[in-house]
Design a protein around this ligand. Structure first.
Ligand code: AMP
Length: 215
């Protein structure tokens, strides 16, 4: 299954991508995570990305398209993938289409803006890609990743002022993708729930039922 996850920052894309990845045995690819790891390692990519990520803006299309192309063409994605955070612009969606990889479905997780800022304050991340929330999805040991045992961190761009800028970026540059993929007959919509397991169940059912066009 080749899947794209859409949704505002904090809607739960990362968490659902990880769960789908485990259920289906396909890799979850998060461009945000790749950029954060590059920033933490201080690589050239990280230094370039930092200014954009920290201000809540998008990293230029050509950079993220280059990253994603390398992943999608690798052996790891032979049996499918779930994309978390790519594409984020129409230009990225067009570039993905030009790669000639068939997308089976695009799932968008809808959460109203008023709920987003509150959700962001408890988020915790691990370098390995796992994500947690102090209230909704706590790790077994506080501050430590269940999966790999590393120390969890708080993202700099989860500060309330940056979250507002990220939301604005989402509405202006990424939300048009909902219409774009509806037009392609690939869209599935799920409403994000308060409890992670409730959203997981809706996502599971929605993926079984298929796209809007098939219903
Ligand atoms: P995320 O972890 O998906 O919330 O992404 C964190 C940040 O990384 C975003 O606010 C952007 O600055 C950058 N980013 C992630 N994915 C993309 C993308 N597909 N295009 C441009 N910038 C991206």
């Amino acid at each position: 299954m080749n899947l794209i996850l859409l949704g505002a920052p904090g809607a739960g894309k990362g968490t659902q991508a990880e769960q789908i990845s485990e259920r289906e045995g396909i890799p979850a690819i998060s461009t945000g995570q790749i950029l954060r790891n590059a920033m933490r390692s201080g690589s050239e990519l990280g230094l370039t990305a930092k200014q954009y990520v920290e201000s809540g803006a998008l990293v230029p299309d050509d950079i993220v398209i280059g990253i994603i192309r390398e992943y999608l063409e690798s052996d790891e994605c032979r049996h499918g993938f779930v994309l978390d955070g790519f594409p984020r612009t129409i230009a990225q969606a067009e570039a993905l289409k030009r790669l000639g990889i068939k997308i089976d479905a695009v799932l968008t997780i809808e959460v109203p803006d008023e709920k987003i800022v509150g959700r962001m304050s408890g988020r915790r991340f691990c370098e390995c890609g796992a994500s947690y929330h102090t209230d909704y999805l706590p790790p077994k040991v506080e501050g430590i990743c269940d999966r790999c045992g590393k120390e969890l961190y708080i993202r700099d761009d989860d500060k309330p002022e940056t979250v507002l800028s990220r939301l604005e970026t989402y509405h202006r540059q990424t939300e048009p993708l909902i219409g774009y993929y509806r037009g392609e007959g690939l869209l599935i919509t799920v409403e994000g729930q308060e409890r992670v397991e409730d959203t997981t169940e809706l996502v599971r059912q929605a993926l079984m039922n298929g796209t809007e066009n098939k219903q």
